[in-house]
Design a protein around this ligand. Structure first.
Ligand code: NAP
Length: 257
């Protein structure tokens, strides 16, 4: 029980990595606040946690909407009086070269992937500062570190999240708050499944291409990232501060020559 009695908020936990992490955190004793923009999927996550004997509740909120985020924060503080862990996981993808990105799409992806991290952190960190304790995990990506084809906008958002993580860590270290980032490679979630279907005539060929750029012969699974998030959230990571943690099957640092 590495997260016994901790209160953890996970944005975008109605699906993929967020859902897997919600299940993992709950299995380690946390009460998980499942947040998503999709009510049905969020409630499904809560149901799955309860079926496994864990504790969770759902709060519908759009991470880009300040009123929603303020209400979510007030709701959790009202009920639990504290927030131990914030996992800024919600994110959306974008495929295409920069010249193909329309201005409204730029704003939308920046808003969910970057402004969402800012808003949740802004409202919740105030309580962590009062508590003199807290852990924030921000979802970046390997795309922050490498030049990936057709990912200009997405990479820019994840680079911003990585920079934000380092700056936040410096400001909040005096309050005993740790801020770290996760950098997954390709993880097989609905997000990636959808991208493969819409961007390639044969998704199987695309999967082989993804495997070629990593050292592992397998695609990453949501549970692989959930395990890394659990480590960062637990006291075992007490010396991890402002760090990028790669879960990428060797994409960034390995070369399969
Ligand atoms: P996913 O399966 O699509 O899950 C993301 C969840 O976030 C969805 O339930 C989505 O709802 C929700 N969401 C979207 N916009 C939201 C908003 N404004 N407010 C609240 N929730 C919102 O994606 P995933 O693959 O698990 O990815 C999770 C995170 O990991 C993202 O930040 C992504 O960039 C990052 N990541 C993923 C990979 C990968 O290979 N999968 C690699 C690196 C980083 P809807 O379904 O209704 O949109």
């Amino acid at each position: 029980m590495r997260l016994k009695d901790k209160v953890a908020i996970i944005t975008g936990s109605g699906s993929g990595i967020g859902r897997a992490t919600a299940l993992r955190f709950a299995s380690e004793g946390a009460h998980v606040i499942v947040n998503d923009i999709n009510q049905e999927h969020g409630e499904e996550t809560v149901q799955l946690i309860k079926e496994n004997g864990g504790s969770a509740s759902f709060i519908l909120a759009d991470v880009t909407n300040p009123q929603d985020v303020q209400a979510l924060t007030d709701n959790v503080i009202g009920e639990f009086k504290k927030i131990d862990i914030l996992f800024n996981n919600a994110g959306i993808s974008n495929v295409g070269r920069l010249d193909e990105v329309e201005p409204d799409v730029w704003d939308k992806v920046m808003s969910v992937n970057v402004k969402g991290v800012y808003l949740l952190s802004k409202y919740i960190v105030k309580h962590m500062m009062e508590q003199k304790n807290g852990c924030i995990i921000n979802m970046s990506s390997c795309a922050a570190e490498m030049g990936l084809a057709q990912r200009a906008l997405y990479s820019a958002t994840k680079g911003a999240v990585l920079s934000l993580t380092k700056a936040m860590q410096v400001d909040y270290a005096p309050y005993n708050i740790r801020v770290n980032a996760l950098l997954p490679g390709t993880i097989y979630t609905p997000f990636v499944e959808n991208y493969l279907k819409t961007s390639y005539s044969d998704p199987e060929v695309a999967i082989e291409g993804i495997k070629k750029r990593q050292l592992s012969g397998d695609l990453g699974l949501p549970e692989d990232v959930a395990n890394a998030a659990l480590f960062l959230a637990s006291d075992e990571a007490k010396f991890m501060m402002g760090s990028p943690l790669y879960i990428d099957g060797g994409v960034v640092f390995g070369k399969n020559a």
